[in-house]
Design a protein around this ligand. Structure first.
Ligand SMILES: C[S@@+](CC[C@H](N)C(=O)[O-])C[C@H]1O[C@@H](n2cnc3c(N)ncnc32)[C@H](O)[C@@H]1O
Length: 340
């Protein structure tokens, strides 16, 4: 049955949040129709079970929760009541009506009470341990009323932050960014991902936790050993790691990979040994293109915005996302696709 699903997305990186969700559906080959996407919500139509929605929730890092949309209301008590009356819900046990207010000007209480009046009549209410949650997402333009399917446990990303791992360096990405980049590459658990500038292994760790086969390499032995330590700490024991320059990675691989997800070195990296960054970028694109399967994606972080001018002609630039990695540092993440 085709249903409408609503994702409560992080305002921090709305484009990334949108594309991460879309990529998850595509990587699993699920047909969907995008209905709406803005900095508050993403709504899509698909014929998928709640179980699959829960799997997607366990993958994404830029959404807070996923629900089945019941209706959308304007900011009118009469209207929201009328809508609630005409959208009946199944009785699944003890009920709670919850809300999140993303508007500075709209007052939430009266809308929550209006919906609760309709849905809790002749139902058992339990605000602390409900079996069923009706959720109001109050935004500046609309109120989205849904039945919650799953909450995304975003605390796991905070608990895996780089400085909490055995091997740490300030170059590490925040796990929620690393996770979103892995998702953008549209891999699933049958696929293999390569990070040829693995550093402390933040990207490989997120991919490994999603049961994706992982291959990592770095020119620095210290980084490769550190990555192995970090992976073992999270019980990821199946991986291939090499100490090598980016240009030599193809010599180590038996087969082409399904995705490359990586974060190019910063301009000041001592490991560059005086090589101009542009030259390293060109060598890197050449190598990445040679190890990637046709039609597959490379997601690449860099310090510069217009990295596409260094890319090889066989890698098509699809999109770029500027992301604030630290307070004073913006990195650009670029999606490329190898010609089919
Ligand atoms: C920005 S860091 C990657 C950070 C990583 N994403 C993380 O979360 O820790 C870039 C890495 O590229 C490595 N590197 C620099 N030049 C290289 C080269 N020519 N070939 C392979 N690796 C290189 C550095 O040792 C460094 O670990």
């Amino acid at each position: 049955m085709i249903r409408e699903f609503i994702f409560d997305v992080s305002k921090e990186y709305p484009l990334l949040a949108r594309d991460e969700i879309i990529s998850c559906f595509k990587s699993e080959g699920i047909q969907f129709e995008l209905i709406k996407s803005n900095e508050d919500v993403l709504i899509l139509k698909a014929d998928v079970s709640n179980e699959i929605i829960c799997d997607i929730a366990s993958r994404v890092s830029m959404s807070f929760s996923i629900g089945e949309l019941l209706f959308t209301s304007k900011h009118s008590i009469e209207f929201i009541k009328e809508q609630a009356r005409s959208h009946s819900i199944e009785d699944k046990g003890r009920l709670a009506v919850q809300y999140k207010n993303r508007s500075d000007t709209v007052e939430s209480k009266s809308f929550v009470h209006a919906v609760a009046d309709v849905y809790t009549a002749s139902r058992l209410v339990d605000l602390s341990k409900p079996d069923q949650i009706i959720h109001l997402l109050i935004t500046p333009n609309n109120i989205f009323v849904s039945e919650q399917i799953v909450q995304v446990d975003r605390s796991v990303f905070e608990r895996r932050k780089a400085h909490l791992r055995p091997f740490f360096s300030p170059i590490s990405l925040h796990p929620k960014i690393a996770r979103a980049l892995v998702n953008l590459s549209q891999v699933n658990d049958q696929d293999t991902i390569l990070d040829p500038f693995c550093g402390t292994g933040g990207i490989l760790l997120e991919a490994g936790l999603m049961n994706i086969s992982i291959i990592g390499s770095d020119i620095s032995e210290k980084m490769v050993k550190g990555t192995q330590r970090n992976l073992s700490e999270y019980n990821i024991n199946s991986f291939n790691m090499f100490i090598c320059d980016i240009s030599d990675i193809s010599n180590h691989l038996l087969n082409p990979v399904d995705a490359v997800v990586t974060d190019f070195p910063y301009g000041k990296s001592t490991s560059l040994q005086g090589e101009p960054l542009e030259e390293l970028y060109q060598r890197s694109f050449h190598s990445i293109q040679s190890v990637l399967k046709p039609g597959k994606k490379a997601v690449i972080g860099s310090a510069i915005k217009h990295i596409d001018k260094h890319a090889t002609s066989g890698l098509k630039h699809i999109l770029s996302y500027p992301l604030r990695v630290h307070q004073s540092l913006t990195r650009y993440f670029h999606v490329f696709q190898k010609a089919p």
